[in-house]
Every structure is written in C-alpha cells, then in structure tokens.
Write a protein that binds this ligand. Structure first.
Ligand SMILES: NC(=O)c1ccc[n+]([C@@H]2O[C@H](COP(=O)([O-])OP(=O)(O)OC[C@H]3O[C@@H](n4cnc5c(N)ncnc54)[C@H](O)[C@@H]3O)[C@@H](O)[C@H]2O)c1
Length: 472
C-alpha cells in the first residue's frame, strides 16, 4: 500500500476554519464518517488496517452499499480532499483531530465488548503524536471505557494537550450518509474547554446549518446515553413483537394495535412494526454488552428489563418459522421457497446478525429449498450462508415457488405496484409470508395472493376464481 503524502495547509481551509482530520478504522461507521467530513470541507485521511479494504477506498470505491456513499467517496478521493492509508504515521503527524471508529465486537462468550481494537488504536496512535490534538472516540463502548483510555493517553503521551473525548455515533445504516451530515443530535462527553473547542470546530458546518442539537456532557454520561438509546430502540421493537405474540393467541390484529398505540404522542408510530426482530452490527451486540455491564454494576432491574428484550427478540425466529409452516399447510419439507431480502434491513448490504438470513437458514434446516434474492447483499449473504441458493433477480428467486417469504423490506418488493402481479405469474402457489409486516396486503390480495403476517389473521385473495362453475 503506497503511503499517502503529507499535504500543506491550503488557504481555503484556513479561511473557512476547516480542519485536517483522520478517521481511524474504516468500516461502516468510519468510511461514512470520513466521506462526510470531506463533504463538510475538511481535509481527511482514513486509516484502515485491512489492506484490501484500504486499496478499494483509496480508489474511491465503497466496500459496502450505503445510499449516497459511493458518490461521496468518488468525488472526494478524486479531488484529493479524502485519502486513505494503512499507515497510522500518515495520520499522526498530520491531523489536528483523530476520530476513532474501530470495531467493538462482542467477546467470544457473547457478553461484554472486546476492547482490543480501541485500546490498540489508542496505544499505537498516542506515542506518535508530537503536537497537542484531540482524539474523538466514536465507537460504541461500555461505560468506563473512555476513562480507561484517558489513563492510557496520559501514560503514553509525549506532549501535553492530547485530549480524549467520547462522541458516540447514532447513524442508522441505510441512511448513514444523511444521518452523518444532518444528525438530530451530536453527543460529546468531554472534560476540558480545549476539547470542547475542537469538537465544536469540526462539527461547525453541521451546527451552523441548524437542526442539530449539540449535547456536551461527561464521558460516562455519553457512553450510557448511547447504550440506553440502542436498548430503548430494541425494547420498542420487542414490545410490539411481544404484542404480536398475544395477538396470535387471541385472533387480534397487531397492526391495528400498533396503529392505536402509535397515535399516542407519548409512544409514537416509529419502530412499531411487528416482525422477525432487530439485527445488524449494532443493536444485538450493544444490547448484550449493555446487559452484561449493568449486571456487573449490580443494577438488577435494568438487567432483567434488558434480558427480557433479548428473550423476546430471540423468540421471533421460531414465530416466523411457525407462520411459514402454517402458510405452507403444515410442513416445509421439500417446499420451494422464494426468499426476498438478506440484509438485516432495507437500504444496506450489511448481513451481520441478519434476522432474514437466520430465517432462511432455519427454513433450509426444515427441509425447504430456499432460493434467495437481495438487491445489494447477495455477495455478503452468499459468504455468510452458502447452503441456500441465490438468484440475481427477485423474479428468478420466486420462479416455481410454493411459498414466498419476504425477509427484508426492500422497496423493490414492497413499493413496486407491478411486483405482486409479476411475482404471481412466476410462482407455483401465490402464498406470501411477510415476516416484516412490510407490504400493504391489498395489491397482493388483488393479484391473487394469500398474505400471512406475524400477529394478524391470514388474508385470502380477493380475486374471484376464474374457473366457471362445473368447469375444468
Ligand atoms: N455500523 C453502524 O451503523 C454503527 C453505528 C453506530 C455506532 N457504530 C459503532 O462504531 C464502531 C465501528 O462499527 P463498524 O460497523 O464500522 O465496524 P466494522 O467492524 O465494520 O469496522 C471497523 C474497522 O476498523 C478497522 N480497524 C480495526 N483496528 C484498526 C486500527 N488500529 N487502525 C485502522 N483500522 C482498524 C477494521 O479493519 C475494520 O475495517 C463499533 O463500535 C460500532 O458499534 C456502528
């Protein structure tokens, strides 16, 4: 990997009070953050240890799909405002502010976070710094981690004035670029006026545009607020999914229950769609790590609450398998299933902890022949779950199917008004199992489908049987 050359300060940068920043760790968060910082006008270097990823990024290409990201990467690597390197030294002597965006996966025991990436990045970076600067942690960490890292900074710093602050990230995958450029809040835990000045300067273009609240607090509060935000989102999803379970046992319709609840301003409609539960690279791991941490701290009530959220989420897969079995008339053995969607949610190619892929695997294990399509996640899905079949188009995936399962709510399947009729023409039996409660059943019913959704009675097609009485 060729090293990125140092660049002199440009007059434009000084005039606009723009900064030289580094982003250490260029995964989903770091790549998006680096591209967005360049879009704001800063000069940016992204540091990524994975050479293959780094080469791709340096060539201006996105290693994963996120709306708008490929365009930003191409534009800013071409202009030279955004560079990538696998050498930390390229960032250390150059940037005034260093974002830490490395991974915090779960420990192999599935409990707390592994902190070796954040600790490793700080241990490698700090001895290379010879000017005062600010390290801004963005990774999601357990409360107490920033304080531990601050002590490491103190031990290893060669010069005074190296600040460490924690600035957890709230972006949603599928809207990562938009959320980074126009976040609803920027949360920073810090301990000195110098650190505050640096954070205000790097986010100045966002704050000047309005609509973003800057919340400045202490590092522990910032860490807990991030964990609490993800826990609350997970709890909301599990709550409506628990109500879906109640509805299934009573013949009630959970979508009407959700609508009724969502109108109440204290509750709100977002995150109230019943389904197979939350997944992805954040909520499941963050909830597990937070549960582990609050248990360690001895917070009994919080531990029980968070554990229940996880239990409900885990139960959703079995509920979805049972729904598919009912829709198939009892058994999935030998059934051909056209499976739509593999990413953990629409708008991203991310298949980490994807409930859709887990469901595809379970259906395969029940003896079904699963044929899967996804608009953006085919390559990742194939690597993660090679035992099922894959097709390049949705219609190829559903061709000859006895059952179609909608696993991820991509607009390709949900909002295209032609899709229900086209898919009906391709399948053997028009039975839709929508485990995301994503489709409006009406156009599907009109195209001859029966529609099965979690927590509500099955709906039968509205098209009349074209066979004349006594005919055929
Ligand atoms: N993905 C999201 O949407 C999202 C949202 C909010 C917060 N977060 C948090 O952000 C952090 C990163 O998440 P992610 O999804 O981008 O993870 P990721 O695993 O996709 O990316 C981490 C990257 O850091 C690189 N890396 C590790 N150590 C390095 C080092 N010393 N120098 C340079 N590169 C290094 C890895 O090679 C990897 O590419 C996690 O703590 C996550 O919880 C993620």
């Amino acid at each position: 990997m060729r090293r990125a050359a140092h660049r002199p300060r440009t007059p434009t940068r000084e005039k606009l009070d723009l900064m030289r920043v580094s982003v250490i760790g260029c995964g989903h968060l770091g790549t998006t953050h680096a591209a967005a910082m360049a879009e704001l006008g800063h000069e940016v270097i992204g540091i990524e240890l994975d050479q293959e990823k780094c080469l791709l990024l340096a060539a201006g290409q996105a290693p994963f799909f996120e709306p708008g990201l490929a365009e930003l990467l191409a534009r800013h690597t071409a202009s030279g405002r955004l560079r990538f390197s696998d050498q930390l030294t390229d960032a250390a002597g150059w940037a005034e502010l260093h974002f830490l965006a490395v991974g915090t996966p779960l420990d192999p025991d599935g409990q707390g976070y592994q902190t070796d990436q954040v600790v490793g990045a700080v241990r490698s970076l700090v001895p290379l710094l010879h000017e005062p600067c600010t390290i801004v942690g963005k990774s999601t960490v357990a409360v107490g981690t920033a304080e531990r890292l601050r002590e490491i900074v103190e031990q290893l710093a060669n010069v005074p004035g190296i600040e460490l602050v924690w600035n957890p990230e709230f972006l949603r995958e599928g809207r990562a670029v938009e959320d980074t450029l126009r976040p609803d809040r920027i949360l920073v835990g810090l301990g000195s006026p110098e650190a505050r000045k640096a954070v205000e300067a790097v986010y100045a273009p966002i704050l000047a545009a309005g609509g973003t609240e800057l919340i400045v607090t202490d590092p522990a509060t910032a860490e807990v607020a991030k964990s609490a935000a993800n826990a609350y989102l997970a709890a909301k999803i599990s709550f409506i999914n628990a109500m879906a379970e109640v509805c299934e046992l009573t013949g009630a319709d959970v979508t009407e229950v959700a609508r009724t609840l969502g109108i109440d301003q204290r509750i709100g409609p977002l995150g109230m769609r019943p389904g197979i539960g939350y997944g992805g690279g954040c909520l499941p791991k963050d909830l597990s790590a937070f549960t582990h941490r609050v248990r360690e701290l001895g917070a009994g009530g919080a531990t029980e609450l968070l554990a229940a959220v996880d239990t409900v989420n885990r139960g959703r897969l079995e509920a979805a398998v049972a729904l598919a079995e009912r829709a198939a008339g009892g058994s999935l053995e030998g059934a051909r299933i056209g499976f739509l969607g593999a990413s953990f949610k629409a708008g991203t190619s991310d298949v980490r902890d994807s409930p859709a892929l887990r469901l595809a695997d379970r259906l395969h294990l029940r003896g079904a022949v699963v044929v899967l399509h996804d608009p953006q996640a085919l390559a990742g899905a194939h690597r993660a779950l090679p035992v099922v079949q894959y097709r390049e188009t949705a219609l190829e995936a559903v061709a000859g199917a006895d059952l179609v399962v909608l696993g991820t709510d991509w607009p390709d399947y949900v909002t295209d008004p032609q899709f229900p009729a086209r898919a009906a023409g391709a399948v053997r039996l028009p039975i839709l199992v929508d485990v995301r409660t994503a489709v409006d059943p009406l156009p599907w019913l009109a195209a001859g489908w029966s529609v099965w959704q979690l927590g509500r009675p099955a709906q039968q097609p509205t098209v009349l049987d074209p066979t004349p009485p006594g005919g055929a």
